[in-house]
Design a protein around this ligand. Structure first.
Ligand SMILES: Cc1ncc(COP(=O)(O)OP(=O)(O)O)c(N)n1
Ligand SMILES: Cc1nc(C(=O)O)sc1CCOP(=O)(O)O
Ligand SMILES: [Mg+2]
Length: 207
């Protein structure tokens, strides 16, 4: 089943000065139509409570809400899907568990893993990175740089490909010119002096 996938994925993150709820509220108000709730530090009860609040905000603004990894919560909360970060996990079995209606995102870090994911045909989009160094999470994978995305033009990439990892506002135009589908951003928005304006600027560069 082909689903709508946004070209701009805004990812919340653990911040000392702003909750995930505040981040999502800001992003929705600024026009983000795709929020990925990336919280890997809470118990299921805490996650469910927070996701329920996020779902109301996203519903009010008409934004898609995706959770990171916690697919076992999908039948307990009102979200549109899940992004699975573990590339070694059995995605076909996760798809069978969550059903066809939920959006399933997965990750790839090189052309081989991207083409395998595409061939498996169970994910709705692929997060592809890391583009550059990021402080948001530890990363031991080679940085792709712009060339890593330009190289994809030699392959038949049909799955919507979302670049991720250390993307700054100034990278967005050049990344989009490589032919990718969209970008995922966290800290370039969250660590900006004016996060709402950062969201709006990224949108204008994409659309
Ligand atoms: C849209 C999107 N793409 C990728 C990820 C996960 O990133 P990934 O690099 O796979 O995570 P680690 O395996 O490095 O933890 C995401 N959350 N969203
Ligand atoms: C989930 C995730 N993976 C990344 C990687 O580089 O592999 S970056 C990331 C989150 C995006 O954060 P930011 O825009 O702050 O780099
Ligand atoms: Mg990674």
């Amino acid at each position: 089943m082909k689903k709508y996938i946004s070209k701009f994925h805004y990812l919340t993150q653990d911040l000392t000065d702003r909750s995930h709820i505040e981040q999502a509220q800001m992003a929705c108000e600024a026009g983000a139509n795709w929020i990925q709730y990336r919280c890997l530090t809470k118990t299921d009860e805490e996650l469910i409570a927070e996701i329920n609040e996020l779902a109301i905000i996203c519903d009010d603004w008409g934004s898609t809400l995706i959770i990171t990894n916690h697919y076992h919560l999908l039948d307990k909360v009102d979200v549109q899907g899940v992004h699975i970060e573990d590339m070694d996990t059995d995605l076909a079995s996760i798809r069978a568990t969550i059903g066809e209606d939920k959006t399933l995102g997965a990750s790839a870090t090189n052309i081989k893993s991207l083409l395998s994911l595409q061939a498996l045909a169970v994910a709705d989009y692929c997060g592809y990175g890391p583009f550059a160094h990021t402080e948001t999470k530890l990363n031991d994978k080679p940085l792709l740089g712009l060339e890593g995305y330009e190289l994809l033009q030699r392959h038949r990439v049909e799955i919507p490909l979302i670049a991720i990892g250390g993307i700054q506002i100034s990278d967005v135009e050049l990344l989009m010119k490589t032919g990718i589908y969209g970008v995922a951003v966290s800290s370039a928005v969250n660590k900006s002096d004016d996060p709402a304006s950062a969201v709006k600027t990224i949108y204008k560069k994409i659309y």
